[in-house]
Design a binder for this molecule. Structure first.
Ligand code: OSB
Ligand code: MG
Length: 371
């Protein structure tokens, strides 16, 4: 695949409603759109990093710098034949997984477009529609939370994930159970807000019969999580702690979790995401696709990876209108049926870019010509 040119566009879009987690509140998101030009094809990628280094150490700014100073020059240095080659090419660069994934995702899209197949098919996906859930932030009042749960349940979302933190945990979760019963698929995400000192509090959540509790302990821990999991009936799902198939192997061997949330950006791209999926399949660990409040391109990549067979739990990839007044892709992502998104069948990600929307929110464009 001969690359002619790479374009990086920086956009900033307001969220339809503020999204609050144990690490902070987000009102808008600035992110990068990557376009890789090759002959008559363009591959699209998106940097999923948040504006601040609060979820992980990466930010839109660090991604932009890494692309500019290291990753784009490396990618343009020599022709690549398969997207897996990108992971190998980037291997000498430590971490910066979201920066790597932004470019690698664009290469995967380009590769599938050149083959004339969908990205889902190129990845080995098997399903024609995916089950999806919704992630609800920390709300100002329990009433506001309950009304959001009610709305998303009525839209058919197949998993309700609620953000929790110490002091905002048992009470809102219990209210949800009292109001909607024990049959609704409910889980909690702590984004590393607890320590082992909170073990009794966390054990009190067992009677709530949550599907899982996501990343209760430190963002870089798998040891304490294994201690907690041995004491907890509720399955632990790791998010922040898993950056590679090696991290996943160690967490599974230690018994640090029973479920893994796969985020393409956090693990450095689709090739690594697929490896984690395959390892989890071997160990009967169910996986699901997490989200980073993506724009439409990132969302499209999430849809494609979710078609692999071990993505048996509904992911966080909700419809475009749950995040944005208008999305950067056309058509926008909508629910095809309650709680389900049909996988696009067109080549690559299967969505076009909405230039009008992109231009409206555009901050800068950088162009890198191949020599
Ligand atoms: O921890 O899964 C998380 C959003 C930003 C950063 C981290 C997380 C999240 C979400 C929202 O939970 C997922 C989504 O709807 O995109
Ligand atoms: Mg999470």
């Amino acid at each position: 695949m001969k690359i002619d040119k790479i374009e990086v566009q920086h956009v900033k879009m307001p969220l339809v409603s503020p999204f609050e987690t144990s690490f902070g509140k987000l009102l808008e998101k600035d992110f990068l759109i990557i376009k890789i030009f090759s002959g008559e094809h363009i591959g699209y990628g998106e940097s999923v990093a948040l504006p601040d280094p609060t979820y992980s150490e990466e930010t839109t700014g660090t991604v932009s710098y890494m692309l500019d100073a290291f990753l784009i020059p490396l990618l343009l240095k020599e022709e690549i034949n398969h997207p897996d080659d990108v992971t190998k090419r980037f291997a000498p660069i430590r971490r910066n997984n979201m920066a790597k994934a932004a470019l690698e995702g664009a290469v995967w899209d380009l590769y599938s477009k050149k083959k004339g197949i969908s990205l889902s098919k190129a990845l080995g996906g098997v399903s024609s529609s995916i089950a999806v859930g919704v992630s609800i932030g920390i709300e100002e009042t329990t009433d506001k939370l309950l009304s959001k749960v009610d709305r998303f349940l009525s839209e058919g979302y197949k998993k309700i994930k609620v953000k929790i933190k110490p002091g905002y945990d048992l009470e809102p979760l219990t209210k949800i159970r009292e109001t909607f019963g024990y049959d609704i698929p409910l889980m909690a995400d702590a984004n590393s807000a607890y320590t082992l000192a909170d073990i009794e509090r966390l054990k009190e959540m067992d009677p709530l019969k949550l599907m899982m509790i996501e990343q209760p302990l430190a963002y870089d821990d798998i040891i304490d999580h294994s201690i907690l999991q041995s004491e907890l009936a509720t399955p632990i799902c790791l998010d922040e702690s898993i950056h590679s198939v090696e991290d996943a192997r160690k967490a599974i061997e230690l018994g640090s979790c029973r479920i893994i949330n796969i985020k393409i950006g956090r693990v450095g791209g689709l090739t690594e995401a697929k490896k984690i999926h395959d390892l989890c399949e071997k160990h009967s660990i169910p996986v699901w696709c997490g989200g980073m409040l993506e724009g439409g391109i990132g969302r499209a990549h999430n849809i494609a990876i979710t078609t692999l067979p071990s993505f048996t739990i509904a992911g966080d990839t909700s419809a475009s209108n749950r995040y944005w007044k208008e999305d950067i892709i056309f058509p926008e992502v909508t629910l095809s049926r309650p709680g389900e998104i049909d996988v696009p069948t067109g080549d690559g990600i299967g969505f076009k870019l909405n230039k009008e929307v992109i231009n409206k929110y555009l901050l800068t464009t950088k162009v890198y010509e191949s020599k």
